[in-house]
Write a protein that binds this ligand. Sequence first.
Ligand code: SAH
Length: 212
Amino acid sequence: MDFEAERARLIEHLSREIKDRRVLDAMARIPRERFVPEESRHLAYEDIPLPIGLEQTISQPFIIALMTEALELTGAEKVLEIGTGSGYQAAILAELTRRVVTVERLPKLAETAGKLLDSLDYRNVEIRLSGETLGCPEEAPFEAILVTAGAPSVPPELISQLALGGHMVIPVGSRYLQELVKITRQRKKNRVENLGGCRFVSLIGKGAWGQE
Ligand code: SAH
């Protein structure tokens, strides 16, 4: 299979809606086929989410591009991602900014993603296992936060890890269907925008969903 050609075709498809060239260029540099299980490599450049084991998924490329674009990264930020999963979104963020801290609750996924990101030579990504509090309060504040699992509501513990003027993108809704919400932290009232519907696996933990 010609992954290069497939990747170019996907980027072309995404470029109809996604206007930030930096995001498209970053995605054009990353071999998504390496982030999906062997048996679904042939689907790596379809615009669909794919299972990555342990009931988790690598998100749909369009949603990934939309969320990344909404962060409005300039390259100077320290970014927090919640839900490392395959590591694909972390690689995109690493292409676009100074430093990425990504948190995962399942050690097996964190380990696989860590090895892959090392082998692709990403030196500005740090993977951490999640602790008591959502996110990574030890490293806060972050100029941008991307949550790649669905929450029942916007967790205040994450707002407090967001720098003033920074953007957070998070799916909020029920266990099975959410709205993508963009929050800009402001001195008084935070700005909230709705980016459309989506479907993510659940964000688990204190301040989010129970274990099932
Ligand atoms: N961004 C990933 C896809 C993530 S799927 C990618 O590019 O492949 C959502 C991930 O969030 C799952 O791996 C799940 O284990 C993780 N997760 C769920 N709740 C979490 C929490 N509270 N802290 C950290 N990770 C969490």
